[in-house]
Design a protein around this ligand. Structure first.
Ligand code: SF4
Length: 428
């Protein structure tokens, strides 16, 4: 979402006469778009701030440093008080005011704008995208779920959906400009609702899929509580809706899920997985896991490992719990010792990696449709693309026959836990 927000910000700035330059050395102002989900992300921003202060501001007192996004919302005026180098602090719903706030900073006054909105979706702003075949498209902003560990409802405000017609129109334009893949973004895309027509996410995604069979549609993130049969059927029905569902489970223990305020049980989660697997064969399901949530026992942890074995996810984002001030979980004692958190996280990662490896081995001998992206990083004669199930596929392309945006059928010959390797058997 921050990538897409950065494109929106770039568009707003460009329309008011600012220019984007290639390096911070050439800039009048540098804006850091920030994430507050984990402590580590915030610490990196603070380190970067100090670097910019040292490298640029000390040499040029008029150099503007701005913090935008979730950290701006969370720290607000404190950022300016704590870090003297910061000139502007702009929250995620205040980007329209950015040019005026930067002018204020240029005239020597610090500027802070962090009002959250119940309606802002930036639906009339065409993001300034870099060339390519894949585009991000925010279909909604904010979240109403208040999971106990999460800062998002506090930094991005209440949930609101962007009008369906403007999303369809923007996607149509993207396709005509040569984009071949759009990823529909929201904290909880399953609760999308178009105010005007009452259309839900399954309707939106089907209308976007109908723009062209050559356009692939991806989406993230789904909340298990709101995943429904209509959406599963719609994904199965349209070949160009990618067969990859990211469904964060977070824990395999009902006790911990309750404390997390996730509002589903392991049994409910497994029933959705069964429906997905029976309705969309060969689909890939990925997830998020938090290790070492407050009060997590060894038994809770074992239940998470059991869940991983039962579902056999294609992949997972796995992290140890990081307390975030202002959330409900922050008031609970962070009582799982650091070394236990690390050990549990490692057990989760090792198990998941072996499952990913086994699942990728099953792809050997299969033919997968791949959207060609770019030369592979390791060998010049090889290119990479992705399957509908979001697996990275590497294949030879010595004469450069296959171009970015082509669809090719690749026969898979070998695999690792993260990558598939094969040969093109047909160009479409
Ligand atoms: S669904 Fe929960 S974890 Fe996801 S953004 Fe909303 S509050 Fe955070």
């Amino acid at each position: 979402m921050n990538f897409n927000d950065t494109e929106i910000v770039a568009s707003i700035m460009k329309n008011s006469g600012w220019e984007i330059v290639a390096t911070p050395e050439e800039a009048t102002a540098v804006l850091l778009n920030t994430c507050s989900v984990r402590e580590n992300a915030e610490s990196r921003v603070i380190r970067r701030l100090k670097q910019y202060n040292h490298k640029f501001k000390k040499l040029n007192k008029r150099y503007i440093i701005g913090i935008i996004g979730c950290m701006a919302e969370r720290f607000n005026q404190h950022l300016v008080d704590l870090e003297n180098s910061v000139n502007v602090v702009i929250g995620p719903d205040e980007y329209r005011r950015m040019p005026a706030l930067l002018d204020q900073a240029l005239s020597g006054n610090k500027a802070v704008a962090v009002e959250l909105s119940t309606v802002e979706t930036y639906d009339d702003i065409i993001p300034l995208r870099t060339e390519g075949i894949s585009a991000w498209l925010s279909i909604m902003r904010g979240c109403n779920n208040f999971c106990s560990y999460c800062v998002v409802p506090y930094t991005r405000g209440r949930e609101r959906s962007r009008p369906m017609q403007s999303l369809i129109e923007e996607t149509r334009q993207l396709f005509h400009k040569g984009f071949r893949e759009v990823t529909l973004l929201g904290q909880n895309v399953n609760s999308y609702k178009d105010e005007e027509t009452g259309s839900t996410f399954d309707i939106l995604i089907s209308k976007i899929a109908e723009i062209s069979p050559l356009l692939r549609i991806r989406f993230t993130t789904s909340h298990p509580r709101d995943m429904n049969d209509n959406l599963i059927q719609t994904i199965a029905q349209y070949p160009n809706i990618c067969k990859h569902i990211h469904l964060p489970v977070q824990s395999g223990s009902n006790r911990i899920l309750k404390k997390m305020n996730r509002r589903y049980t392991v049994e409910h989660y497994l029933s959705i997985i069964d429906k997905i697997k029976s309705t969309i064969p060969n689909s890939a399901i990925t997830t998020d896991i938090i290790a070492g949530y407050p009060s997590e026992t060894e038994e809770d942890h074992q239940q998470t490992l059991e869940l991983l074995k039962q579902v056999r996810f294609s992949g997972a984002f796995m992290f140890k719990y990081s307390p975030r001030e202002g959330t409900r979980a922050f008031d609970e004692p962070d009582d799982v010792p650091e070394e236990t958190k690390i050990r549990r996280l490692n057990e989760i990662i090792n198990l998941q990696n072996s499952i990913s490896k086994e699942l990728n081995q099953l792809e050997k001998g299969r033919v997968l449709e791949v959207l060609v992206e770019a030369p592979s990083k390791k060998k010049q004669q090889e290119w990479m693309g992705r399957s509908s199930s979001n697996k990275v596929v590497i294949f030879p392309n010595p004469q450069g026959i296959y171009k970015t945006g082509d669809y090719v059928d690749v026969l898979i010959k070998k695999s690792t836990s993260a990558t598939l390797f094969g040969e093109v058997v047909e160009k479409k």
